[in-house]
Design a protein around this ligand. Structure first.
Ligand SMILES: *Cc1c(COP(=O)(O)O)cnc(C)c1O
Length: 393
């Protein structure tokens, strides 16, 4: 039996194979799909022509990777994923750089998170560098699908499911790793990008010692009931609380900009205590804020002398309300690969709404982070190692 020895390495790799990009076979689609006009795209609905598929079985380990026409799988009804939710995923985006070549944003962070998710549900370990090489090849093949309009990109969904064809309540020793691509526009459609959140603590998304810090499928389905309720009350998303403590909003990390008594600002987001998904965007926002405050790289259209001190610390509704009433709560926003940076202007709890930000002041920090991040993603603003070209793969 294969066994992980960490870092995606399989013990006894001579017996079972790891992912080997040199064994890739590519079968291209005979008829390519027409590309729909970008304004008609809804998130995740349009699929590109091809997908990457790699199967794992206990005898051979990882089989030869295949890029082939997008299409359905045939799976045994007993498959582990259908009964025990052995399923995990990633979300990444590809953009076209100024030279017309595809770029990925900090993809190694998605790869290492994916390895950890696999480990949490005992799905087989894999060489994530090899997977990244294959993802780049897929993106290069699907390049014509990458939209160039501002706010648009090609969303990638690496996924792994347990396919052990037996009802035994145990780890899946068969798996399917696949990557699909879907062209995507701005995540929240409508006249405004402002988000409203309904703060909820009668249902919890994640708890201490739980698995909310991993991108496991099982973390999302149970959120859809509360989301539907929040939508019916006129809110875009759920703000997940643990008691009074703010954790995340929907599947996005949450930030607050708070004015200090000395005139500088605090940027606060909950710490990675196991209840928070370690977002690539979250880390990037912290990095950009630190670079600004240390004078290394100033954010656009905000005072270069104003310092924004980052804190990964507990954030409660009680404090949010207090800061709001004292006029210190300047901005709140949510971040994630899909939304990038979404401004939060209304948070409801127990029938009362907290209105954040003023229409005159706008939300300069939220806007600055969104602009800088998208410029880096599009290769317009150079940031060492963050926009990774696919072409040489
Ligand atoms: C994916 C996700 C995020 C955002 O992570 P990114 O790496 O920035 O896309 C935040 N919270 C949850 C619960 C998520 O699933």
């Amino acid at each position: 039996m294969w066994k992980s020895v960490g870092n995606g390495v399989l013990e006894g790799a001579s017996k079972v194979g790891d992912i080997d990009p040199s064994k890739l076979t590519i079968t291209t689609s005979e008829t390519l799909k027409p590309i729909p006009p970008p304004e008609t795209l809804t998130f995740g609905a349009t699929k590109t022509d091809h997908m990457l598929v790699i199967a794992f079985d206990p005898e051979n380990g990882w089989n030869a990777p295949e890029i082939k026409p997008y299409g359905p799988f045939s799976l045994d009804p007993c498959s582990s994923v259908f009964h025990y939710a052995t399923s995990m995923f990633e979300g990444m985006k590809a953009y076209l750089g100024p030279d017309g070549e595809p770029l990925l944003f900090r993809p190694e962070m998605n790869m290492s998170r994916m390895e950890k998710s696999a480990e949490r549900v005992a799905l087989p370990p894999f060489n994530s560098q090899a997977l990244l090489t294959l993802i780049k090849k897929l993106v290069v093949l699907e390049k014509r699908w990458i939209p160039t309009e501002p706010g648009y990109s090609l969303y990638l969904r690496p996924t792994m499911i347990g396919t052990r064809p037996s009802l035994g309540v145990t780890a899946s020793d068969h798996a399917l790793l696949y990557v699909i691509c879907t062209p995507a526009g701005p995540f929240f459609k409508g006249p405004s990008t402002d988000l409203s959140l309904s703060a909820v603590n009668e249902h919890v998304r994640a708890w201490p010692g739980g698995h909310g810090g991993h991108k496991l499928a099982v973390n999302y389905g149970p959120g859809f009931g509360p989301l539907r309720e929040a939508n019916s009350q006129g809110y875009n998303q759920v703000l997940w609380l643990l008691g009074d403590k703010i954790t995340e909003a929907g599947a996005m990390n949450f930030f607050a900009v708070v004015k200090r008594d000395d005139g500088d600002l605090d940027l606060i987001t909950p710490p990675l205590d196991g209840t928070i998904l370690p977002g690539v965007t979250r880390q990037s926002i912290l990095d950009l804020a630190n670079a600004h405050t240390e004078g290394k790289s100033h954010l656009p259209d905000v005072p270069s002398t104003q310092k924004l001190y980052t804190h990964e610390q507990d954030l409660t509704m009680t404090y949010l309300r207090l800061w709001h009433d004292e006029g210190k709560l300047l901005e709140t926003f949510c971040v994630g690969t899909a939304v990038i940076v979404g401004s939060v202007t209304r948070i409801g709890q127990d029938g009362k709404d907290l209105i954040i930000g003023s229409s005159q002041a706008g939300c300069p920090w939220t806007d600055a982070f969104r602009k800088r991040l998208t410029d880096i993603q599009l290769g317009k603003f150079k940031h060492e190692g963050w926009a990774v070209p696919c072409a040489e793969a």
